[in-house]
Ligand binder design. Sequence first.
Ligand SMILES: Cc1cc2nc3c(=O)[nH]c(=O)nc-3n(C[C@H](O)[C@H](O)[C@H](O)COP(=O)(O)OP(=O)(O)OC[C@H]3O[C@@H](n4cnc5c(N)ncnc54)[C@H](O)[C@@H]3O)c2cc1C
Length: 390
Amino acid sequence: MTTHTEAFLGELRSQGREFADLVRTTSLDLDRAPTRAAELLLHGPLPWRQLMGLPADFADDPLRIAGRPVLLDRCVEQVVVFEELARGDAAAVLALPGPSMSGQVVAELADADQRERYYRRLAQSPTWTFFGMTEPAHGSDPAGMATVLRPRDDGTGLVLDGTKRFVGNGARAGLGVVFARRNAGPLGVTAVLVDTDRPGFTATPLETSGLRGLQLSQLDLSAVPVTERDVLGLGRRATRQGMWAATRTFNRFRPVVACFALGVAQAAYDYVLAHRRRLRADESWTMERFAERLIGVRALVLEAARSADRDPGDGTLASAAKIRATRLAEELTLAAVDRFGPGARWDHPLLDKWVRDARAFEFMEGTGNIQRLGVAQGYLHGRLSDDRAA
Ligand SMILES: Cc1cc2nc3c(=O)[nH]c(=O)nc-3n(C[C@H](O)[C@H](O)[C@H](O)COP(=O)(O)OP(=O)(O)OC[C@H]3O[C@@H](n4cnc5c(N)ncnc54)[C@H](O)[C@@H]3O)c2cc1C
């Protein structure tokens, strides 16, 4: 595996920073009207195709740094570019079409036909995808998953039954991955590739406060017909199927969630410095502490991304990075609001938006408590040295 040099990552960061201003122009409009995502994001100057992260055989026009293609398929590339883009607007980046989390499951489990079906569609036209794990009654705990993959009543083929909730881009997606139980226990959970135009598939946007552009949705699956050709990882042993791929996907995506939170924190920090040129001594002291934390968390996120690229089976640093970045985003956005006095959230709509967005990262990809359990387990398994534990 190639290791990116600091110079290369620096150039990648500069490239991301150039896009951030383009993303910012859509920020408040997308927050007010998430249904306008296609109009706002696809028809402007943002090179969204280059940001999708398609594999080499499907990426016609990848991002290039010093003439070298960057596919954004490595976690370390993603955290550098997406942090900068999130300084523009995290919700807008998450609302772009492309593989996102479901692509990781496809990369882990799909056979050649499934891979062609999935990536060809994404390469040909703007297509949003979804990752359907969380459920209304059982959250994202696989042990309680109630969505089932079962034989059709007439014995011909299979159907999916169940409800998924808080699914990003669900209502605008063309296809995605549904996790469903085929047998008892966590190992009985299977990943299924589903086109959203199948009969019995309904997606309804949910009213949310943070990251509204992502359009979290509820998916209702009522005897949605599928075949064995839609089942990902078919024929693999149970320990290498649905939950295995989901865990590796979470481990790879948590540093990315952390980088989004970091981008929002940095945006709030920059906003204070740009709009409050004269800070009191105590305010300056507070902002200096935040500046130090931004640097420290950025280093942790980068290290977590490197770890995820090396071994997606180990999510210890990914959890640590997500805890730290989320906490920083929440504290910094609230502190930024304080710098502008009463009515700040009314007078400064971007600050108001960032406070709401920062809170969403706490829940996305598992809450802080779940991440702390992950760090503790990693520590007990000797995956962290004492001085790196969160
Ligand atoms: C912006 C956003 C995007 C999302 N995108 C997706 C998506 O695309 N697809 C998808 O499937 N889901 C998605 N989700 C859902 C998300 O993954 C879940 O909300 C998250 O994992 C939390 O799970 P939960 O809602 O079941 O909460 P729970 O896990 O039920 O947690 C509820 C509370 O109990 C606490 N808790 C739970 N277990 C423990 C424990 N063992 N010890 C101590 N405390 C505990 C938690 O910390 C929390 O405070 C998204 C959520 C958000 C906010």
